[in-house]
Design a protein around this ligand. Structure first.
Ligand code: TXA
Ligand code: MG
Length: 352
C-alpha cells in the first residue's frame, strides 16, 4: 500500500514531515522531492530497507546510493578524513545540488556502500528533505524511478514507476532543476567530475580549484571501464529510439534536425522532434509533431523539462524522436550528458 501526501515545498507542514520521518525510522521506503529530482529514500542505517530500494527500482546491487544529510555533524558521521579545507568549501556549496565522494566512516555498512570504501554525500537545498532528515536519520536515496528510466521530476512520474511498491510518496510539486546533482570524487587528486549537474563546472572550479572533466562525464561514447559504478549503465532512456542532432550553429542544427526527421518520415516512421521554443515552429511548419523542451536563451528551462519530455516520447503515438542538442555551457553540459546517454549514443553531428 502506497500513501500519497501533498506537502508544501517551501514551508513544509511539520505534522506531515513527522509522518514521513516515521516511515524512515520504521524502515520504510518513501519518495520525496529534492531541488534536482525525486529521490527514493530509506534510512542509511537500515540495511534491510536499503536492500528493498534495489528490489523496487530493479537497480544493480553494485551501484551505491547517495547519502543525503542535513548538517555538517552528519557529514562527519558518514564520512571520514574530510580535509578541513574541503569542509570550508562545502560550507559555500551546500546545501545544494552537489554530491561529493569521500572515504566512508564505519557507520556506513557494506550494504549502504555496496562494498566500496567510499560514500557519496550531499546536503540537498530543499526544505522537505532537510526537515525530513532532521527528524529522522541520514537518508540513502537514488532517483525514484525504475532503473534506466528518466529520473522523476514530478510526483506523477514516481506514481507511474513505483505506485504500490513503496510506503509513501511526498508530492512537493515539480522539482526545481530537473537534472540530478553534480558528482565529484574528492578522494582523487585532482578531484574528478563523474556527473555534470546543476552545480556547474565553472562554479566548481571557482570554489574547489582544479577539477578533472573526463570524456565520460560529458556522456561521450561508451567506455570499457567505467570510472564509477553508475557510469556503466544505460540511463534516462525512453523505450523508443532517440537520435540527438548536434551542431555549433543554430542554422546548421535546424537543417540537420529537419534532415534527420525527414529521412525517418520517408521510411514511413512517425517522428516527434524535441525542440526549443526558438525553433519549434520550423518543425511544425514542416509537418512534424513536436515537444517543446525549453528556451535556448535559458538552459535551466531545458534542464527542468528534459526528463518529462523524454517520458512524453513513450506516451505519444510515434515511432521515434529526434532531439536538438544544446550548447555545453553551464547547466547545458548536464543536459547534453543526459540527452546523449538517453539516445544510447545515437548522435549525429553536422558536417560544418
Ligand atoms: O540529484 C541527485 O543526485 C538525486 C537526488 C535524489 O539526490 N539522486 C540521484 O541518485 O541521482 P542516483 O542513485 O540516481 O545517482 C547517484 C550516482 C550513481 O550513478 C552512483 O553510481 C553514484 O552516484 N555513486 C554513489 N556512490 C558512489 C561512490 N561511492 N563512488 C562513485 N559513485 C557513486
Ligand atoms: Mg538515477
Amino acid at each position: 500500500m502506497t500513501q500519497l501526501i501533498k506537502v508544501d515545498a517551501v514551508n513544509p507542514d511539520p505534522a506531515l514531515i513527522r509522518i514521513a520521518a516515521d516511515v524512515i525510522l520504521k524502515g520504510g521506503l518513501l519518495a520525496f522531492p529534492t531541488e534536482t529530482v525525486y529521490g527514493l529514500g530509506a534510512s542509511t542505517y537500515n540495511d534491510d530497507a536499503i536492500r528493498r530500494i534495489y528490489i523496487v527500482k530493479n537497480r544493480p546491487m553494485d551501484n551505491p546510493s547517495i547519502v543525503h544529510i542535513s548538517s555538517f555533524n552528519q557529514l562527519h558521521e558518514v564520512a571520514e578524513d574530510v580535509p578541513s579545507d574541503l569542509e570550508e568549501r562545502l560550507k559555500v556549496a551546500w546545501p545544494g545540488p552537489l554530491t561529493v565522494i569521500l572515504r566512508k566512516s564505519s557507520r556506513i555498512s557494506e550494504v549502504a556502500s555496496c562494498g566500496l570504501s567510499t560514500v557519496a554525500v550531499r546536503m540537498p537545498a530543499h526544505p522537505i528533505p532537510l526537515a525530513l532528515i532532521r527528524e529522522s536519520t541520514p537518508i540513502s536515496a537514488p532517483s525514484a524511478n525504475i532503473s534506466g528510466k528518466p529520473s522523476p521530476t514530478r510526483a506523477e512520474h514516481v506514481i507511474r514507476d513505483l505506485w504500490g511498491k513503496i510506503d509513501l510518496i511526498i508530492d512537493g510539486g515539480e522539482t526545481f532543476f530537473g537534472v540530478e546533482s553534480t558528482i565529484i570524487d574528492y578522494t582523487k587528486k585532482p578531484p574528478i567530475l563523474y556527473r555534470p549537474g546543476p552545480f556547474t563546472v565553472e562554479e566548481l572550479r571557482r570554489i574547489f580549484g582544479e577539477i578533472k572533466v573526463p570524456e565520460q562525464a560529458l556522456g561521450l561514447g561508451q567506455f570499457k571501464e567505467a570510472l564509477a559504478p553508475g557510469m556503466k549503465y544505460r540511463h534516462y532512456a525512453p523505450d523508443k529510439p532517440l537520435i540527438v542532432s548536434e551542431c555549433s550553429s543554430l542554422d546548421g542544427l535546424v537543417k540537420l534536425t529537419l534532415d534527420l526527421a525527414s529521412d525517418e518520415a520517408k521510411k514511413g516512421k512517425q517522428v516527434v522532434v524535441l525542440c526549443s521554443s526558438e525553433t519549434c515552429s520550423i518543425y511544425v511548419n514542416a509537418g512534424f509533431r513536436v515537444i517543446e523542451v525549453g528556451s535556448r536563451n535559458n538552459l535551466y528551462t531545458v534542464a527542468k523539462n528534459l526528463f518529462h519530455s523524454l517520458r512524453l516520447i513513450d506516451s505519444m503515438n510515434v515511432d521515434l524522436a529526434v532531439a536538438e542538442g544544446y550548447p555545453e555551457i553551464g547547466i547545458g553540459l548536464a543536459v547534453m550528458n543526459r540527452l546523449r546517454k538517453a539516445s544510447g549514443y545515437n548522435i549525429v553531428k553536422c558536417s560544418a
